[in-house]
Design a protein around this ligand. Structure first.
Ligand code: FES
Ligand code: MG
Length: 571
């Protein structure tokens, strides 16, 4: 048996060993301290992170698996981030959660970790933290919720909120109907049931190789999730024996597999900064343009909201992620191994599609070209992204007059002003929503449209923003413009009446004026005044150190790994 990391705490007869063992004992059997792998379950269960509230039940099944395989399970609550509840945005705290998870794993007597996440930011933060320690680690996603229905219609979490709220503003449904649908929206335990960020990141974790193959997308209340939980617990014990670490799994090829999966399922744009940030932790060579080069020409096969019709429960009954990936098997790299020790493609045999309206076959895709398009130009020198599958085809090449809003409050205050000089050909520019500017890069980019245009039947316009968009949202929205306005990006210099050109086929985004003239402009004081200026605390640390979206919006000093070396003795 190889020497365990935890032997540094528990082996021998010193006073320090006495302290570590005596305080931990609390009913653990004697042999827990004599070489059995100690496995921490990084548990993001929290009642104020409701998508993850059921994870303690999942953790119980993981524990049984760890005991069964000869390990010692230890539940370790970590920072949990509830997407819908946190202000100004859960994204502000992703790096804090990652840093806390990293330090907890490193500081404690632990040989391996199980990562339990679900809601949007919990999955990337746990993988980021675990990757920077690089002890054997396996992820299990808490799974999507079951489909709720309202008056016979299935409700997609998020997507139907965006859709119904615009219909209510347009007078197509009553405000009472809109409000009543709220009771049916969240039907069960689990995370959002659309192909939003939570579902996407569950799938990214599996495509990266960090989960047991086949586990992504198992609905939270489904008994099979607990079976996967048990198997996850068993597997981490073996992974400790094999010394199979995140750095063995998270190679460039794993990220390219994730990009293929992202396109195939029509995943969220939020996967882009999350994958870039994870890659940064392990030093994998991944660039923003890789998402376009390796993903944008791929077919969309999963017919799920927001790009399509169905919901996660349907994906699961139709065969799940592995059935979708089996259609693009030739595009997956065998170079990357998963937590199973084998490549992802080794798990695709027999992965059948049971409903070809939910998972389309390769020869009959939902859309021919999905994925993420990366745009450059004088408005986005280091890049911006758009998800063409969620956009209006006729707007993908568009030149329009800019109507500029300094921040989201300015937009809310003026968007419905009957005197606002705007029509459907204009381009709505929203700035001050980047990592530094807000702070935290909130999901405000899919701005509401002017009511006077909604009433005319307009349902989409080009929008350009340095913030993010909910993975459940749709529209011709250019996101993550980098550098952001608050970091000196040219987005801060656009003025009302400028003409902006969006050319998705040409991968261009620019103000229709000479670059030098745009760059020579001063940022107006009223623009400058809206940028966040926190004086203290985590927000201060964050805006001083956050990197731009095109490199993952991590904190600059968290990029890379500090490893799992055991720290100095505490007494
Ligand atoms: Fe938690 Fe959507 S709000 S997953
Ligand atoms: Mg979100």
């Amino acid at each position: 048996m190889p020497a365990r990391r935890t032997a540094a705490w528990y082996e021998g007869t010193s006073r320090d060993t006495y302290i570590h063992t005596a305080w931990m004992r609390r009913g653990l059997p004697d042999d827990a301290f004599t070489g059995k792998p100690m496995i921490a379950i990084c548990n993001t269960a929290s009642e104020i992170s409701p998508c993850n509230a059921h994870l303690t039940q999942v953790s119980a099944a993981v524990k049984q698996g760890i005991w069964a395989a000869g390990g010692v399970p230890l539940d370790m609550p970590v920072i949990s981030l509830g997407e819908t509840q946190m202000r100004p945005t859960a994204m502000l705290f992703r790096n804090l959660a990652a840093m806390a998870a990293e330090e907890l794993i490193r500081a404690n007597p632990i040989d391996g970790v199980v990562l339990l996440g679900g809601c949007d930011k919990t999955v990337p933060s746990l993988i980021m933290g675990a990757a920077s320690v690089n002890l054997p680690a396996i992820m299990l996603n808490g799974g999507p919720m079951l489909t709720g229905t309202f008056r016979g219609h299935p409700l997609g979490c998020g997507t139907d909120v965006w859709r119904w709220s615009e219909e209510a503003r347009a007078g197509k449904v009553t405000n009472e109907e809109f409000a009543a649908s709220q009771q049916a929206m969240i039907r069960s335990a689990g995370h959002c049931n659309t192909m939003g960020t939570a579902s996407t990141m569950g799938i990214m974790a599996e495509a990266l190789g960090m989960t047991l193959p086949g586990s992504a997308g198992v609905p939270a209340p489904d008994a099979r999730l607990l079976k996967f939980a048990h198997a996850t617990g068993q597997r981490i014990v073996e992974m400790v024996e094999e010394d199979l670490k995140p750095s063995d799994i998270l190679k460039r090829e794993a990220f390219l597999n994730a990009i293929v999966a992202l396109a195939t399922v029509g995943g969220s744009t939020n996967a882009v900064p999350h994958l870039l940030a994870i890659a940064g932790r392990v030093g994998a060579d991944l660039k923003l343009t890789d998402f376009d080069e390796h993903g944008s020409h791929l077919p969309l096969l999963a017919n799920l909201q927001p790009a399509g019709t169905y919901l996660m429960e349907d994906l699961f009954r139709a065969g799940g992620l592995l059935a979708a990936l089996n259609q693009v098997r030739d595009l997956l790299s065998d170079e990357a191994i998963t937590v199973s020790g084998k490549p992802l493609s080794a798990h695709l045999d027999g992965a059948e599609i049971f409903d070809t309206d939910v998972i389309h076959t390769r020869d009959n895709p939902v859309q021919k070209e999905a994925g993420i398009a990366v745009l450059h130009g004088n408005l986005a020198p280091t890049g911006a992204i758009i998800k063409p599958a969620a956009a209006s085809p006729e707007l993908l090449q568009h030149r329009g007059r800019a109507v500029v809003f300094e921040n989201i409050e300015d937009l809310h205050a003026r968007i419905d002003d009957p005197d606002l000089d705007i029509d459907e050909t204009c381009i709505i520019v929203l700035r001050g929503a980047g990592p530094k500017g807000y702070p935290g890069m909130p999901e405000v980019s899919n701005t509401p449209l002017p009511t006077k245009l909604l009433e005319k039947g307009v349902r989409d316009m080009v929008r350009v923003c340095d913030g993010r968009m909910s993975g459940t949202a749709y529209g011709t929205v250019v996101l993550h413009v980098s550098p952001e306005a608050a970091a000196g990006g040219p987005l801060g210099k656009v003025r009302n009446g400028d003409y902006i050109v969006l050319d998705v086929p040409g991968r261009r985004l620019y103000v229709d004026m000479p670059d030098d003239d745009l760059n020579a402009r001063e940022v107006l004081p009223e623009t400058e005044a809206t940028f966040a200026r926190p004086a203290r605390g985590y927000e201060r640390l964050y805006i001083d150190h956050v990197t731009q979206a095109d490199t993952g919006a991590d904190l600059d000093f968290l990029v890379g790994s500090s490893g799992s070396a055991v720290g100095r003795e505490s007494h």
